[in-house]
Design a protein around this ligand. Structure first.
Ligand SMILES: [Zn+2]
Ligand SMILES: [Zn+2]
Length: 326
């Protein structure tokens, strides 16, 4: 799926090093988009980014060590990008690599987070914030605090299903308890979890309340954009979801004015962000910082039920710098 870099005859827009032709990405944030952390790259104006993305939502939602609700890629700088510019991101290809995923309706687990279960997971027994976890067995109580052994998942299913995909990733079918539990025992394999990802796979929970439903796949990126100009939890880099940060009791609280000023709305969560689309994104941090993640197998048309069918995948992007557009 990897495209060879395309040569451009256009002159680089910066003096000296014009950036890499292609930047390959297989590193992830801890859920916080932080403009002060080093970025990958830079990729040149007109160059490509090829990323292996980890699932968003459900996996990070049962991994309290991740502070953002997603586990998006480490941002890539675009050579010459300065605040006030914009970057056009062309989505060349999105390919699902997961063999299966699980989803359903979610329920927050009171006592297992500080104000916001997407951002500030907390162990209900030892009180550790953002606790590391270990997986013990399968099912909805398998996620245990590495420090004290308590059930520490900030979310669970009220009802859910496991969905397996065909070899060409064109459709999925929801699976029986027996198959869901077999998959749960090899969750990371069936999720095609990237090796640098730290999330627990939602397949571990083996939900199986709906069996034998078929859904068409049409993958898109829930998150694609530029890095905000202050540290923000990734899933909250949006006008709607970001509202939960205003006056929050955890360390990533912001004011309404800060959210408005610094967010870049990378968490669009609309199925139009799929192969063939072009996004125009504001540069608010030096280098822009292109990041992506939260790939969904489908949304809306044909989606079965509940909160997101999250998958791992590979994505090819091409970026163009638009000087002074913003
Ligand atoms: Zn604990
Ligand atoms: Zn999303």
């Amino acid at each position: 799926m990897i495209h060879s870099p395309q040569l451009s005859k256009s002159a680089p827009q910066t003096d000296g090093f014009a950036g890499h032709e292609t930047v390959f990405v297989n590193e992830y944030t801890n859920g916080i988009l932080d403009p002060n952390q080093p970025m990958l790259g830079p990729v040149r104006d007109g160059g490509h980014i090829v990323a292996n993305t980890a699932p968003g939502c459900w996996g990070p939602m049962i991994t309290p060590e991740i502070r953002g609700g997603h586990e998006v890629t480490r941002p890539v700088a675009v050579a010459g990008a300065q605040p006030g510019d914009a970057i056009a991101i062309r989505i060349k290809e999105i390919t699902v690599t997961s063999l299966a995923t699980a989803s359903g309706n979610d329920q927050m687990m009171s006592g297992r987070f500080l104000g916001d279960p997407y951002v500030a997971g907390k162990c209900p027994e030892c009180g550790t914030l953002y606790p590391k976890t270990v997986v013990q067995g399968i099912g909805p109580t398998a996620i245990r605090c590495a420090n004290c052994g308590a059930d520490a998942s900030p979310f669970t299913f009220t009802n859910g299903y496991t969905i397996g995909f065909d070899g060409n990733r064109t459709l999925g079918v929801t699976l029986s308890q027996e198959i869901a539990e077999q998959i749960a025992r090899q969750a990371k394999h069936f999720a095609a979890m990237p090796e640098n990802s730290i999330q627990n796979s939602i397949l571990t929970f083996a939900p199986h309340d709906l069996v034998g439903l078929v859904a068409r796949m049409r993958p898109f990126m829930g998150q694609l954009g530029t890095t905000p100009s202050m540290p923000l939890p990734d899933s909250h880099n949006a006008g709607d979801f970001g509202a939960f940060l205003i006056g929050a009791p955890h360390e990533y609280a912001v004011t309404a004015e800060q959210l408005q000023q610094h967010r870049t709305d990378g968490h669009l969560d609309i199925d139009a962000v799929r192969a063939g689309a072009i996004l125009i994104c504001p540069v608010k941090a030096e280098g822009g910082g292109i990041y992506l993640g939260d790939m969904h197998a489908m949304q809306g048309d044909g989606e079965i039920a509940g909160h997101t069918a999250d998958v791992a995948g590979t994505v090819t992007l091409q970026v163009h710098l638009l000087k002074g557009l913003a």
